[in-house]
Write a protein that binds this ligand. Structure first.
Ligand SMILES: Nc1ncnc2c1ncn2[C@@H]1O[C@H](COP(=O)(O)OP(=O)(O)OP(=O)(O)O)[C@@H](O)[C@H]1O
Ligand SMILES: [Mg+2]
Length: 412
């Protein structure tokens, strides 16, 4: 049991390392990762995964805070068994479907064009741009949800572009000029979705230092800065839902949620064979791992094909909606345990969706594994496979968040 009163005795900063917890509150599984990091490297040192109680999560959101908190305690306990170092602060992931990305550009005329731009001046400008972005983000979310007194929270912020007198610069520090324009990409979520995440993290006894949109964490962990600007589509198929996110211009441009995930297939098998969900889950995994005799394999395949087609259609509809007639990026990354279902990725490829959607060229369709996110080390191989892409991406963000002050990020 995590002792909430032992804060002062917690071991921090040993060998120059700091420790932090990354929490992925999934519909099917709660995952906790402990990372250690310093200025030059970051390592995964603890991992725990615990199945959620069935009704604690609904459609990717927390439905019972106390229930989820209990499960989170167990996951943290497991992670903590692997390391004596106890983090003080934590970051938590928020599912893509709850967030909204807003690009805002602030144009300012400088009073003293010959003065060199200072860090102080930039900080003031960024703050102004963020206030503008907050107002615009709130207006957009109010429009899309129809709730007029909606409270929102800032989830992520990225400085996308700086121009001085029309010229794009990568670092405006010490430049001279009259007109400066800053483009920020901010991500917001309604308070009703962000609040419970913070309550769980604080209930565990950690200080929450960041809420990170999951598809953004994944994209940011696999793509170079350049590719991130060019864009990607991240599809996370978890237990409950399929989240489709369009990443463009260095941020999440839009997200769509389709209510089909790993559980849908388990439920179907349980119903058809009249067996428990637990047995159906095991059968499904054995099917996926080619561990069933041929006749059973065929039986399961025939059983799940209609739902697989629903999923493919859902994906195509989500992408049509997200594209809004504009070109889609040529890379689709799949992650999440549900995407490991045998036949799913091949099925997506066979659908040839690019023939009906605005792709410039046939997109690369790729299934991610957590171990490919190698900007963070995992010496004991704790966090691998399809179902751990998001927790590992969050762990990576947790390790980099400190140095990732908005200015450091772009102006270093
Ligand atoms: N090899 C596999 N084949 C088929 N399904 C799998 C495989 N591995 C994991 N799954 C399924 O993946 C699902 C869990 O995935 P994951 O841990 O990504 O979900 P989650 O993060 O808890 O849910 P969500 O992201 O929807 O909130 C379960 O339904 C599980 O049956
Ligand atoms: Mg998930």
């Amino acid at each position: 049991m995590l002792n909430l009163f032992s804060r002062k005795t917690k071991i921090q900063d040993s060998n120059g390392y700091k420790y932090r917890l990354a929490l992925d509150i999934g519909t099917e599984y709660m995952k906790a990762v402990i990372v250690e990091y310093n200025a030059s490297e970051s390592n995964i040192v603890g991992y725990g995964r615990v199945q959620q109680r069935y009704s604690d999560m609904m459609g990717g959101a927390i439905a019972n805070i106390q229930g989820v908190l209990q499960t989170a305690r167990k996951a943290v306990e497991l992670a903590q068994q692997e390391t004596p170092h106890e983090p003080i602060d934590a970051i938590v992931g928020i599912a893509g479907e709850f967030v909204k990305g807003v690009m805002t550009t602030l144009d300012e005329e400088r009073k003293e064009p010959t003065e060199r731009i200072s860090i102080k001046e930039l900080e003031i400008l960024i703050e102004k741009a963020q206030q503008l972005a907050y107002r615009q983000g709130r207006e957009e979310l109010i429009r899309s949800t129809g709730v007029s007194n909606l409270e929102i929270e800032l989830v992520n912020t990225a400085l996308v572009e700086v121009k001085i007198d029309g010229y794009k610069v990568s670092n405006p520090y010490q430049f001279q000029g009259k007109n400066i324009s800053l483009s920020l990409f901010n991500t917001y979520a309604p308070l009703v979705n962000v609040g419970p995440l913070a309550t769980v993290v604080e209930g565990l006894g950690y200080q929450l230092v960041g809420t990170i949109a999951e598809p953004y964490a994944v994209a940011n962990s696999i793509l170079t800065d350049e590719a991130c600007e060019f864009g990607a589509i991240v599809v996370d198929i978890g237990g409950g839902t399929m989240d489709v996110a369009l990443i463009r211009n260095g941020g999440i441009e839009g997200t769509m949620m389709v209510g089909i995930g790993g559980r849908s297939f388990t439920r179907k098998i349980a119903r058809e064979l009249n067996i428990t969900l637990r047995d159906a889950e095991e059968l499904k995994l054995r099917y996926s791992h080619n561990q069933l005799p041929p006749d059973m394999t065929k039986e399961i395949r025939d059983m799940i094909i209609p739902d697989l087609h629903l999923l493919f259609d859902g994906l195509e509809m989500a992408l049509t909606e997200l594209a809004r007639g504009n070109a889609l990026p040529p890379r689709i990354y799949f992650c999440g345990g549900g995407s490991a279902l045998k036949g799913l990725i091949d099925g997506v490829k066979e659908k040839r969706i690019h023939e009906r959607l605005p792709f410039f060229k046939k997109p690369d369709i790729y299934m991610l594994k957590a171990e490919e996110l190698d900007r963070i080390n995992d010496p004991d191989n704790l966090v691998s496979g399809e179902e751990n892409v998001t927790p590992r991406a969050l762990a990576l963000q947790a390790a980099f968040l400190t140095t990732q002050n908005l200015l450091d990020q772009r102006l270093a």
